[in-house]
Design a protein around this ligand. Structure first.
Ligand SMILES: Nc1ncnc2c1ncn2[C@@H]1O[C@H](COP(=O)(O)OP(=O)(O)O)[C@@H](O)[C@H]1O
Ligand SMILES: [Mg+2]
Length: 170
């Protein structure tokens, strides 16, 4: 697996993630040598990073560290330290990580729960308990940042495959 960090930066995103000597095993593996991530150390700067590798090399596993799905949802055994947005992922609950980290699944359709783009984008801040008076601005800010205002009223099932991941990640 290779981790390639790109030079250009998004001016509004300041996120930083640091992995230090991270080793991880899924819970149902009985062979103790069978590790999904082996001693990963990498500092992710703001900007675009591409993670490249064979099927089964650990790309999805690596991404699950960023919002705490690993270890909090998947369990298993983990060693090392992961810091995202200044938060220690191993000791921070996923409900707190969710305020800082977005995650688009490989198949965005699996994450949609509402009918339209605008309602999908609203689902996340609603779940954070944001005040109704601030909700509309938050939703429009997210759609503007990700350049999908023109899709706001569209029903998800009418979007192309390429248009679907953005509302999922907004
Ligand atoms: N939920 C899981 N439980 C047990 N093993 C898993 C699970 N998800 C992935 N694995 C195993 O972890 C390794 C890395 O998988 P994964 O991160 O999904 O690879 P990639 O995304 O690079 O294809 C593989 O050997 C895979 O079989
Ligand atoms: Mg994968």
């Amino acid at each position: 697996m290779d981790i390639l960090s790109e030079k250009f930066k998004y001016p509004t995103l300041k996120t930083e993630a640091v992995l230090s000597h991270v080793t991880y095993r899924y819970p149902n593996w009985t062979n103790k040598d069978n590790i999904a991530l082996n001693e990963i150390t990498h500092a992710f700067s703001p900007g675009l990073t591409i993670v490249d590798g064979d099927s089964g090399s650990g790309k999805s596993t690596l991404l699950r560290l960023f919002n705490g799905l690993i270890p909090h949802f998947h369990g298993g055994t983990i060693k090392g330290k992961i810091t995202v947005c200044g938060l220690n992922v191993i000791s921070t609950p996923t409900r707190e990580m969710a305020k800082h980290v977005g995650f688009v699944f490989q198949e965005p359709d699996l994450g949609f729960v509402r009918g339209t783009v605008i309602n999908e984008v609203a689902f996340f801040p609603e779940n954070l308990g944001i005040e109704p008076s601030a909700l509309k601005k938050s939703v429009y800010d997210a759609m503007e940042l990700t350049d999908i205002i023109s899709l706001a009223k569209r029903r998800i099932h009418t979007l192309s495959g390429g248009e679907r991941p953005t509302p999922s990640g907004s």
